[in-house]
Design a protein around this ligand. Sequence first.
Ligand code: NAP
Ligand code: MG
Length: 503
Amino acid sequence: MSFLEYAPAPESKAILNLRESYGLFIDGEFAGGGGTPFQTISPSDESVIATVSAADEADIDRAVAAARRAYDKVWSKMSGRDRGKYLFRIARLVQERARELAVAESLDNGKPIKESRDVDVPLVAAWFFYYAGWADKLDHAGLGANPRSLGVAGQVIPWNFPLLMLAWKIAPALAAGNTVVLKPAETTPLSALLFAEILQQADLPPGVVNIVTGAGAAGAALVRHPDVDKVAFTGSTGVGRDIAKAVAGTHKKVTLELGGKAANIVFDDAPLEQAVEGIVNGIFFNQGHVCCAGSRLLVQESIHDEVIDRLKSRLSTLRLGDPLDKNTDIGAINSAAQLDRIRELSAIGEQEGAERWSADCVIPDKGFWFAPTIFTGVEASHRIAREEVFGPVLSVLTFRTPAEAIAKANNTPYGLSAGIWTDKGSRILAVADKLRAGVIWANTFNRFDPSSPFGGYKESGYGREGGRHGLAAYLKPASRSLSEPKASRNAETKRSTAKGARA
Ligand code: NAP
Ligand code: MG
């Protein structure tokens, strides 16, 4: 097949004003950490972007102490209206610095600039705008009058949507009146550090948000810290389990957003051209580094061959390469370790008897890359049908009846998301009702909105992020204990006298 060549259209890095090294952001200031500093690299060419401090246990302790002071002295006393002003200000600064944030994200993560520019960063702003609006309306969050914040939130996030996961965590926490210590993933700390600069620009009171960079050990120390009241984690089911054990029996509230192995179900009456676009968006968006990715295609047997033909010819047009090129569809795999995992599971797929097909892309010499790949003839027992590959790899299974599609879709330890493609509205409703997944898309996939709750069943975790439900994870109903009745009831009126924010 031949198609028009595209001239390079790289987004300029000139907009970035990066430092050579970054400290931890604690109590409103950047300062070095006690751990061994590490380098964050660009996965598309393995070049070093910056040196980043690593937090040790003493740093985590300082960060939690700063968050506690800020909670006690400022943030828990401030009116919801004033907290909202800070959140609106952060949202506007994210919009003002959107291009810079998008370039930084693509550089550090490897995702195509058109995704960070058109999806990640606009959603980050949307999340802050949305929760800014909630800050003075917590009485309507569904928890009764005058719900109260929890205290200090310890938040640990992954590398696939570094800035968006930060927004999902920080925006509701602050709106609800909590303070935060957040640990970004080791391979993608950059956008969180730029976000810390935005917090300085926004004059957010010191200690309300602290960013502690480092590896898994820093995350482990944070979630175990006795003065953390709320733990919010997004990442692998293995680490999620470890965290659930660590906080069991403590006073900490927990939400876990873990892996997924979503079924994307295509019925024979679906509009096929749209469905093929949806399949591509479902699994090849963000190189498949998406917890809710449609990684299992369930296609009705009668249209299997046609769907696969169309899919292969569509995948042959995707452009893999420089994440900063505006024409790039498939960027770099985030790390060497993740690339190894994708390669290993794909090799196992072949060994187990599935048929492998990869798009014929030119793979750059440097960096971490994996061509878009589909496996046909996959059986429910294959590891590539059960385990999260977290890469641009689609497993295709077939079904004959809606009942079989539902049974196969639910045959997974996960339950984060699912997709349904059909022309019949009644079938969408009937099937969606029986799928055990937290988010179900119909005739679309991978759509996100701050007002819509997101979260899983089974091993995909518990708790919801987004929407009113996402606030509940950071609030408790007003205490009726005798020791503090008036203080809590009058808190909102008193708070308005505390230090306020300029709009
Ligand atoms: P991960 O190990 O669960 O990492 C997620 C976050 O937790 C990172 O910030 C990580 O730090 C930190 N962490 C690691 N060990 C920890 C511990 N014992 N206690 C507290 N925090 C800890 O996930 P990953 O290594 O990035 O990816 C592995 C697999 O997880 C992927 O293949 C995929 O299946 C799944 N995953 C799911 C999601 C999702 O959105 N649900 C996102 C990413 C990955 P470091 O980065 O510094 O290790
Ligand atoms: Mg990096």
